[in-house]
Write a protein that binds this ligand. Structure first.
Ligand SMILES: Cc1ncc(COP(=O)(O)O)c(C=O)c1O
Length: 408
């Protein structure tokens, strides 16, 4: 049969409405300005992104280097059983009792969040998220057709959990879930036991899912974090979204996990997991070896981040007009600056400012709020630089605030 080729007419092709709605990363949008600053010969201190500078432990890299196999094959869609069994040990140490059948290994925590949304929520369903929140939740929500309903936490209270009444006001017949991140990105806030119990009450009352993103579990500086998995009485509601990215400075490994005791959810998630075949094999080997790291491994990394937090928060609060609550966990801090507009300020830092041949890259806070107009005078700082560089970055910021044309 003679098939006539159809002419390729670009104008006729349209992007899906989902593709159009998909938000670009508010953190990465400043990258071209940072690149231009570097081309001009300036040093850029990156406090904008949560890429840990702490070295990935040699021991877990070696497990990958010395892995012995003839075929790099697909793993089980839920992840290697040996890895999932190892993770049971990891979770036990963290005070979380699960068995390996309740763990689905994912391609990063990102996929765990996406799978959680896809398996539990219908298009049009609503998920309440304390804002400011990890900006990529917006992207996963668009992908799943889910509506993000922000409940505002405030810098004045250090970004504590909003009161129960604020949640209650937002619950509608479409509300299906609450999503928390604990310790929090971007605020660094660590929810207390009481706050977690408050959440339990709302979840129970309205029979909601509680998605709990615990990517930063190990980095808590004011006592032990409470996992949502430890909340008695809502075991079926809780979906833990986890990742090794920050824990072992292994962001490029792309390994995470979705953990729940809810068998229906596991069955639903498993179908998504099967459709994408399997999570990365190399990083499962790395993840498995990571569970065997000595128990004191986190003492070192935690002490380093705490030292940096102390320097950063002190330096910020010493600057005129700057407020920065002391974060209880993760490696982020949110600061209020005496500026007109954080997006303009962050761009200006890269385009028009330098001090001693350097400048600093920050994340404008507007991208972390769902409510338009909020966060205009706030920025997020990731303390992923050593103390020396952190101090130099703070010198830059201090000088910048003196000369910024949009100073308030
Ligand atoms: C709160 C939070 N959740 C999830 C992720 C995604 O993690 P992963 O690299 O495992 O996809 C990040 C990454 O920055 C994060 O900060």
């Amino acid at each position: 049969m003679n098939i006539k080729p159809v002419p390729y007419i670009c104008e006729m092709l349209t992007l899906s409405s989902r593709g159009q709605l998909m938000p670009p990363s508010p953190i990465r949008k400043l990258v071209p300005y940072a690149e231009a600053a570097k081309k001009k010969g300036f040093k850029v201190y990156h406090l904008n992104i949560g890429q840990p500078d702490i070295e990935t432990p040699e021991q877990i890299l070696n497990a990958v280097r010395h892995a012995d196999f003839k075929v790099l094959e697909y793993s089980h869609s839920a992840g290697n059983e040996s890895y999932r069994r190892k993770l049971v040990t990891y979770y036990k140490k963290a005070g979380i009792e699960v068995d390996h059948t309740q763990i689905i290994v994912t391609t990063g925590g990102s996929e765990a969040i996406l799978f959680g949304f896809m398996a539990c929520l219908d298009p049009g369903d609503e998920v309440i998220i304390p804002e400011p929140f990890y900006a990529n939740y917006n992207g996963f929500a668009v992908a799943a057709g889910v509506k993000v309903v922000p409940v505002t936490s405030h810098i004045e209270s250090g970004f504590a959990l909003p009161p129960i009444a604020a949640f209650e006001q937002l619950v509608t017949p479409k509300t299906k879930a609450i999503l928390i991140c604990n310790p929090n990105n971007p605020t660094g806030y660590l929810y207390s036991r009481e706050e977690m119990e408050t959440l339990k009450l709302i979840v129970k009352k309205h029979n909601l899912y509680l998605f709990s993103d615990e990517a930063y579990r190990e980095f808590s500086y004011v006592g032990e974090p409470m996992s949502a998995m430890q909340l008695a009485g809502i075991e079926e509601n809780v979906i833990l979204m986890d990742t090794i990215s920050k824990r072992y400075s292994a962001c490029g490994g792309r390994i995470g996990a979705l953990v729940t005791k809810n068998q229906h959810v596991l069955d639903g998630v498993m179908k998504f997991a099967q459709a994408r075949l399997s999570p990365p094999s190399f990083a499962q080997i790395l993840g498995e070896a990571a569970v065997d790291l000595p128990d004191n491994y986190f003492d070192g990394t935690k002490a380093e981040y705490k030292k940096r937090r102390d320097v950063l928060v002190k330096r910020l609060n010493e600057m005129e007009g700057v407020t920065c609550p002391n974060p209880g966990g993760a490696f982020y801090a949110m600061a209020r600056l005496p500026i007109d507009d954080c997006d303009k300020f962050c761009q200006w830092l890269l385009e028009d400012f330098s001090y001693n041949g350097a400048t600093v890259m920050l994340a404008p806070a507007t991208g972390f709020y769902g409510t338009p107009g909020l966060g205009k005078n706030e920025v997020r700082l990731a303390y992923v630089l050593n103390v020396n560089d952190l101090n130099k970055a703070m010198d830059c910021l201090q000088e910048a605030l003196k000369v910024y044309p949009g100073k308030k």
